[in-house]
Design a binder for this molecule. Sequence first.
Ligand code: ADP
Length: 319
Amino acid sequence: MNEDELKAKLPDSVASRVQSLKAADGVVTVVLDVAGLEPANRSGIEMAVKEMLGEAEGVSEVRVAMVADRPRRRIIAVGSGKGGVGKSTLTANLAVALKRLGHKVGVVDADVYGPSQPTILDNKGAKPEGRGEKLVPVPSPHGVPLLSMGHLVEPGQALAWRGPMAGNAMAQLVDAHWDDIDLLLIDLPPGTGDVQLTMLSKFKPEGAVIVSTPQDLALIDAQRAANLFESGDVPIIGLVENMSGYACPHCGEISHPFGEGGVEDASKGTGIPFLGRIPLAMEIRAASDAGKPPAAGDGEEAKGFHDIAAKLSNWLEAA
Ligand code: ADP
């Protein structure tokens, strides 16, 4: 029997766990992925494989090796060309919305210029502990654990980090005890500096989301951020337009202080998908400052975040 025929003897539930199957001189060596199985089930599956393949014609011995690789952790980077466009606000709210969609999400706040995630996700003042050589992420009331540059240094200090130091700090935040977290959102510093380069070389994200406000200048910067990811072979999942139209709290009239539809137009020009827009709303700013990301609720301000999170979730599913 050849290797394919041997594999076909296994039921689908077992065959799906076969990482490799080799047969030579009557000896069959099977590597099984047993991640997530209880010890009793692991030995059960091992015995079953030995029994089923041992009966096959020409097989004198079956060797089974079991591996339990850590679950694949997927990384999505959130970047922008410049600061203050709402990248951190978007990252936190997407994390909370993705959590509500059933993902096990963690956030890495690598923004040396303004590590604001501990404020937005409401675990300011908490310090991560170390276990062995690595940090343990700090839980947040929204069910999204976090490691932030702001956890490592006093506010304002991270800014003094230059080059490799900032890169090393971000590596510590990513290479931490994330345990069962299967999706990490990385809130990058604006621009295209050392933190981005470390990320691309050490923890290449599966995709990137770029945030921009509608002004022309912000868009040019966003394009530069997109170029960086593309040069690193990281697909751009899409562009988000933040602060896109202001609803007057008195009369409800929508005005467009930074222009209208610029990011969507830009995305058409570049072929990068447009993921959606988040209006400029006083409530979003106030909620962020208060550590209550709107996406944790179901109010009007939550909608845009939930829509974009659903698109991200679909992208992850299809990737
Ligand atoms: P960045 O991470 O790009 O520097 P932040 O997320 O820190 O930007 O946002 C900058 C400021 O703008 C914060 O005070 C934040 O609360 C506010 N902000 C962000 N997005 C919105 C929005 N859609 N509506 C109102 N305020 C916003």
